[in-house]
Ligand binder design. Structure first.
Ligand SMILES: Cc1ccc(-c2noc([C@H]3C[C@@H](O)CN3)n2)cc1F
Length: 356
């Protein structure tokens, strides 16, 4: 089988939500599909009223197919420090018309303020690898892992768009959704993420100054921005008039009316993700060109780098690319993903990237 779900961007494309039906009769919630984590958790009737603020909640008592997993619990923390925790039920979960009859559904008892404040978001559906699911005493599979056996192909695709609805498709690749060829590159799932190596980048154009340097990062639909090594971020903002690091904002900012250059990242079909060799650094054009000779480039339009105003004056804007300092790897979040058609190929442990 195959399935498709519409991905609705929230304000400033901060996250993309999809409708998910849980239980019998179906209770439809809007969930944040997150390829950077592996828990399916939802706001629920187990929560204190003070922690719910407009979200739809899952009520397992009203689902005749819900079965409590006695003695099971979960607790998770996300990259921004937000947290949630609770109990676990087994229930039927339908995404894009595809039904998994016994999915571990993590019903929240507590969520941190960031989730309470995010009124449109009723929970997350994590589509990284089950090895990082937080359920105790026994980890559970993700919805995609449970659905795989019924899919025509062991893949799902992300076609996110800037300020416009996109799609997540399951079990098939829609050849009308992208241009040219899909370049596939190896994934290392040993840390539970869709981890891969980009062999380099270019600022403004790919005909002058390719930079061969390995960017080791994850494809993460649940992260809003693009988080890259300081070397790349510094090189990018040096080409933006009025762009630079703002200590007061704790990140790079640009004038909201600036014409920002595009940022290109390379995808090579030969690169393995086993850590890979060190970067080539700048100034060795001959070697850079050779290292990137068989790479294709994904173009992130400059307008995606003017993310959102830092205050009501609308003069200064937060930059779409920020440093990955302290994380341990880079994060290809929505600012990068919405510039491409991306194939998450679990069957062959690879990511496919195409222009669109
Ligand atoms: C309020 C809120 C906070 C965080 C997140 C969130 N969802 O995915 C992620 C990234 C970071 C990494 O943890 C895994 N993917 N972060 C969503 C929220 F609605």
């Amino acid at each position: 089988g195959t399935g498709t779900a519409e991905a609705s961007p929230q304000k400033h494309d901060v996250e993309y939500l999809i409708p998910v039906s849980i239980g019998s009769p179906g209770q439809t919630l809007s969930l944040d599909l997150d390829t950077g984590s592996s828990d399916l958790w939802v706001f629920s009737t187990l929560m204190g009223k003070d922690e719910v603020n407009g979200q739809a909640v899952y009520n397992p008592e009203e689902s005749r197919s819900a079965k409590k997993m006695e003695g099971y619990s979960w607790k998770i923390q996300y990259g921004d420090g937000s947290t949630s925790s609770g109990d676990v039920y087994q229930d039927t979960v339908t995404v894009g018309g595809l039904t998994v009859s016994s999915q571990a559904v993590e019903a929240a008892r507590n969520v941190s303020d960031e989730f309470t404040a995010d009124t449109a978001n009723d929970g997350l559906i994590g589509l990284a690898f089950g090895s990082i699911n937080t359920i105790l005493p026994k980890q559970q599979h993700t919805w995609f892992e449970n659905a795989m056996s019924q899919l025509d192909q062991p893949v799902f695709t992300a076609d996110l768009k800037a300020s416009s609805p996109g799609h997540y498709n399951f079990g098939y690749i829609d050849s009308s959704a992208y241009k040219g060829n899909i370049t596939y590159t190896a994934v290392d799932s040993s840390d539970g993420f869709w981890m891969w190596d980009s062999p380099g980048y270019a600022v403004g154009s790919t005909s002058s100054g390719l930079n061969a340097t390995v960017i080791h990062g994850i494809a993460d639909t649940g992260t809003t921005l693009l988080l890259l090594p300081e070397e790349v971020v510094g090189a990018y903002y040096s080409q933006v008039d009025g762009g630079g690091y703002s200590p007061s904002q704790g990140g790079y900012t640009v004038p909201c009316d600036v014409k920002a250059p595009s940022l290109y990242f390379a995808v090579s079909s030969s690169s393995s993700s086993g850590g890979g060799g060190g970067g080539g650094g700048g100034g060795r054009e001959g070697e850079d060109d050779a290292a990137l000779a068989d790479a294709t480039f994904i173009k992130i339009p400059g307008k995606y780098m003017v993310y959102s105003p830092v205050d009501k004056t609308g003069k200064e804007c937060f930059g779409g690319v920020q440093e990955d300092t302290g994380i341990g790897f880079s994060i290809f979040g929505d600012v990068a993903l919405k510039a491409a058609f991306v194939v998450f190929d679990a069957g062959n442990l690879r990511l496919g990237w195409a222009e669109k």
